[in-house]
Ligand binder design. Structure first.
Ligand code: C2O
Length: 551
């Protein structure tokens, strides 16, 4: 294994899309940010220097950070932000992971422009458990706002309403030809006939789950969230913010005399305010060498894929049901078979009364948006939880009374639910090292029109069950898949339904869990787990690096 050094200068860069030029926060002036490529077992040392006015932190989304929680990155959870003029070195080893992940800013809405791919190749001389691709291509979905995303969320939090939606989706930073003033900003994938391409799909969009399809080509899904899955063929992928999916694209055996579009647009289950535009990219077959003359300079027909309906929940359900771990000798699925601790969390978004006339985060009255987990809308502390925990200095920075079940039993069929009342606080769950956790996440769907892509830092988890309506604690667990459930780091809690996950808390530290729809995080749909130290030296949080930023 190798140590790989990167230098990230966080600086402004003028970028023009849709004929709007603005100054955005970037890594090294690049949008999207530079690609990081490493191998399983490598150490990454990434020096981040902040040259902008905003506070910055960077999260390596999906990296387990075993004993390196100080490098995880969520601001005020594992570190104080890197202030203007300061720097911080993220230093971690990639242990037992290979696949497609990404990095993004993890403070306010800065990840709208600061993100990039993080690709982990298998160890030297280790093959993929699928056909060796001719080429590998990262495809990162994002969102472009003509306005300043920081101003957009600030204003929304002040007025209590929903923020302006994005003006375009992007593929590798480019909105593509279906938007006004954008044809020249189109992602083009040049391919050769008769080859296999590994597309590394990453949804770095702020707020929208996306369908993705390529005209006249099928895709073979081979990996989700940097874990191999049992391969299956599909025309369309569904990918939520925070998720990554690897697919194999087999090109036509012969030069097809046509151009093919790839399209992505949102999946949403109801009427709401969201950006329902479509980003397009182009698959361009390279003109074969012996035929590089006039015959092919004519305009080729362009084929478009047909995407599922905006609200095609049955597609979404079928798609997620197709995802299974390989669960073989080389890549076993270590699903916790026994559970030490059961948790039941409601995830809720609504215009909710605060309990006891408390002042809620963001919302101050019943007409403002609030989002919560078990009726708690999380308040970001002003100092980092990991520091507070490690040094044992908790003078009211956080409380350990995060409820293990909601305020009142949740029931879709009940009378107007008072179980959507919102309180707030910086409440965490504390669990001993190596606790085997089962967590059922129940969407309350009072206002939401989307699945909530819940992301857990520091762990992968197994998705042992999911369904619609109320979770039934007697019947549903009998149907759990404890053999080959998909293992991942971000899972959509279906709108109007529930999902059950299991993980072994073998990573001591403080770990954020939140909805990866950024606006829901802003409204409080987030919480944190503290996993206590174990007895052995390799089961403890190590001391922080000397350059850890202070608040
Ligand atoms: Cu990709 Cu806490 O985030």
């Amino acid at each position: 294994s190798t140590t790989r050094h990167y230098h990230f200068d966080i600086r402004y860069e003028n970028v023009t899309r849709l004929c709007h030029t603005k100054s955005i926060v970037t890594v090294n002036g690049r949008f999207p940010g530079p690609r990081i490529v490493a191998r399983e077992g490598d150490r990454l040392i990434i020096k981040v220097v902040n040259h902008v006015q905003n506070n910055i932190s960077i999260h390596w989304h999906g990296i387990r950070q075993l004993q390196s929680g100080w490098a995880d990155g969520p601001a005020y959870i594992t570190q104080c932000p890197i202030q203007t003029g300061q720097s911080y070195v993220y230093n971690y080893t990639i242990i037992g992971q290979r696949g497609t992940l990404f990095y993004h800013a993890h403070i306010s809405w800065l990840r709208s422009t600061l993100y990039g791919s993080l690709i982990i190749l298998p160890k030297k001389n280790v093959q993929y458990p699928f056909e060796k691709p001719h080429k590998e291509v990262p495809i990162i979905f994002g969102e472009w706002f003509n306005g300043d995303p920081e101003a957009i969320i600030a204003q929304a939090l002040q007025t209590g309403g929903g923020p302006n939606v994005s003006d375009a989706y992007t593929i590798n930073g480019l909105p593509g030809p279906l938007y006004n003033c954008s044809a020249k900003d189109t992602f083009k994938l040049k391919v050769k006939p008769g080859k296999t391409y590994l597309l590394r799909l990453i949804n770095a969009a702020l707020n929208d789950e996306l369908f993705f399809s390529i005209a006249n080509h099928t895709l073979t899904v081979v990996e989700a969230d940097a874990i191999y899955v049992k391969p299956f063929i599909t025309n369309t992928i569904l990918i939520a913010p925070g998720q990554t999916t690897n697919v194999l694209l087999k090109t036509k055996p012969h030069y097809p005399n046509a151009t093919f579009l790839m399209l992505a647009r949102p999946y949403a289950t109801g009427q709401g305010t969201f950006d329902n535009t479509t980003v397009a990219g182009i698959i361009e077959y390279e003109i074969p060498f012996h035929n590089h003359n006039s015959a092919f300079s004519r305009k080729l027909p362009i084929f478009k894929p047909t995407l599922p309906q905006l609200n095609d929940t049955s597609f979404a359900t079928n798609f997620s049901n197709k995802l299974h771990s390989l669960a073989n000798a080389q890549f076993p699925a270590n699903v916790p078979q026994k559970v030490d601790k059961h948790f039941f969390f409601t995830v809720n978004l609504g215009t909710n009364p605060c309990q006891n006339n408390q002042t809620c985060q963001g919302p101050t009255n019943a007409t403002m948006f609030a989002a919560s987990v078990n009726n708690v809308s999380f308040i970001m502390p002003t100092t980092a939880l990991l520091q507070t925990h490690f040094f044992g200095q908790n003078n009211g920075v956080y409380t350990t009374d995060f409820p293990s079940s909601p305020l009142n039993p949740f029931n879709y069929t009940g009378t107007p639910p008072n179980n959507t009342l919102v309180g707030n606080g910086t409440k965490v769950v504390v669990i001993p090292f190596n606790t085997s956790v089962e967590l059922v996440l129940q969407d309350t769907s009072i206002l939401g029109v989307e699945s909530h892509p819940l992301h857990l830092h520091g762990f992968n988890f197994f998705v042992v069950g999911q369904g619609f309506g109320n979770f039934d604690s007697n019947k549903d667990p009998q149907k759990f898949n404890l053999v080959d459930p998909v293992e991942r780091n971000t899972i959509g809690v279906p709108s109007g339904g529930w999902v059950a996950i299991r993980f072994l808390a073998d990573n001591p530290g403080v770990w954020f869990m939140h909805c990866h729809l950024e606006v829901h995080t802003s409204w409080g749909l987030k919480m944190a787990w503290i996993v206590l130290d174990g007895k052995l030296p390799n089961q403890k949080v190590l001391p922080p690096p000397a350059d850890l930023p202070m608040c």
